[in-house]
Design a binder for this molecule. Structure first.
Ligand SMILES: NC(=O)c1ccc[n+]([C@@H]2O[C@H](COP(=O)([O-])OP(=O)(O)OC[C@H]3O[C@@H](n4cnc5c(N)ncnc54)[C@H](OP(=O)(O)O)[C@@H]3O)[C@@H](O)[C@H]2O)c1
Length: 353
């Protein structure tokens, strides 16, 4: 029987999400990869237990995480039933709909039909009565923004989700969505964009001159940054080639040609800067995401991990979140955009209501 570590809240910082009353751990765990039916359940259980024992209260899922789509939610539901049922009130569990779930006309996009039916299916798979955060997973060029936002509003009113969020929305669409939801008395809680040392689109001015980080702050939204390790590129995983058991070797979302000489040279330089700080590259990449940016400071870094060891190493990033100006400059001088923002087309597919 699992009993959570009594000391689990002693080392993790918890950060308030935008203008809400909710706090998230500085590091959250995502179940996009490593929690489908291609990963033994006992490994999944070990990672989830360790995360919770070290103060990770937030677990991020989506309808389509697998393989197969839906499998991560089913597997997570099994571990919740076995281990976490007594701790449900201490957990922030999120799910999403928006990307392709199935071939039907109601398995993609932002329609009320898709969002509502998908959340019901997610709750069934996880064996939960509610999720804490429900996201629209990506902008939909075909559905009026009102339809998507009012579906989120009604989902929150139904009690099936406590808060609503958006993912990969650009700056202007974020402003419009936030305004709409504020008028409805159901403020958006959070934005989930990709962000890392080598993928900084959230810092760039949008078409109206405001960056996404600035807009989220202005609209009172928190920000949880996904793929902060650039799917594993910002670690020591690929310094000596592509390991057989890695995401890049698995033909998944990390394209092996991203590990080209130019990117590898950059990764090696960043690795050296991390070493000088007494951190691994993964730890420095997470600390960098969490660095103080004033009102635009990111709320939580949303990592993935394929082992307990990776998770432990990542959580140890919290031991040093401080950067000197010269360290930040060295990182900026070394880093270039690695060309890995595979979510950019979804962001560009709809820029206004
Ligand atoms: N909203 C969206 O559209 C969206 C999109 C993508 C992700 N997300 C969310 O963000 C979460 C994280 O995404 P991600 O998995 O791409 O994040 P990530 O943290 O950038 O990458 C995680 C991968 O990096 C490698 N890794 C992690 N720690 C390591 C360490 N200490 N040393 C060496 N390698 C290490 C592992 O790769 P190996 O598996 O090769 O070991 C791991 O699977 C997802 O689970 C999901 O919840 C959301």
């Amino acid at each position: 029987m699992y009993i959570a570590d009594a000391e689990r809240y002693s080392a993790m910082p918890y950060r308030r999400v935008g203008h809400s009353g909710l706090k998230l751990p500085a590091i959250s765990l995502g179940l996009w990869h490593n929690f489908g039916d291609d990963t033994p359940l006992d490994r999944q259980q070990a990672i989830l237990r360790r995360a919770f024992d070290r103060g990770v209260t937030h677990f991020d899922l989506a309808n389509n995480y697998g393989p197969q789509p839906g499998a991560a939610e089913e597997n997570f539901g099994k571990v919740v039933a076995r281990d976490f049922a007594p701790y449900r009130d201490e957990m922030i569990i999120s799910s999403k709909a928006g990307w392709v779930m199935n071939d039907s006309p109601y398995g993609f996009g932002g329609s009320r039909k898709y969002l509502m039916s998908s959340l019901d299916a997610s709750l069934r798979r996880m064996g939960l009565d509610y999720v804490d955060i429900f996201y629209h997973h990506r902008p939909d060029p075909d559905t009026p923004l009102e339809e998507t936002m009012y579906a989120l509003r009604d989902i929150v009113a139904s009690g099936k989700a406590l808060y609503a969020g958006i993912s990969s929305y650009g700056s202007e669409l974020t402003r419009e969505a936030a305004e709409m939801m504020a008028e409805e008395g159901c403020p958006l809680l959070i934005h989930q964009p990709s962000y890392s040392i080598v993928n900084r689109w959230v810092e760039e001015p949008g078409t109206e001159g405001t960056s996404l980080l600035q807009q989220a702050a202005d609209s009172g939204l928190g920000v949880i940054a996904f793929s902060p390790l650039a799917q594993g590129m910002l670690t020591d995983r690929y310094l000596d080639g592509i390991p057989e058991d890695s995401r890049a070797a698995a033909g998944k979302s990390l394209k092996p040609d991203w590990l080209n000489e130019q990117n590898l040279a950059m990764i090696r330089t960043l690795h050296g800067i991390a070493e000088d700080r007494g951190q691994s590259l993964a730890q420095m990449a997470l600390a960098w995401i969490l660095r103080d940016q004033g009102p635009e400071t990111v709320t939580s870094a949303l990592v993935g991990a394929s082992s307990v060891e990776q998770l432990d190493q990542n959580l140890d990033a919290l031991k040093n979140l401080e950067f000197s100006d010269s360290e930040l400059k060295a990182i900026d001088d070394a880093a270039h955009d690695a060309g890995i923002n595979i979510w950019g087309a979804a962001t560009a597919s709809r820029t206004h209501a």
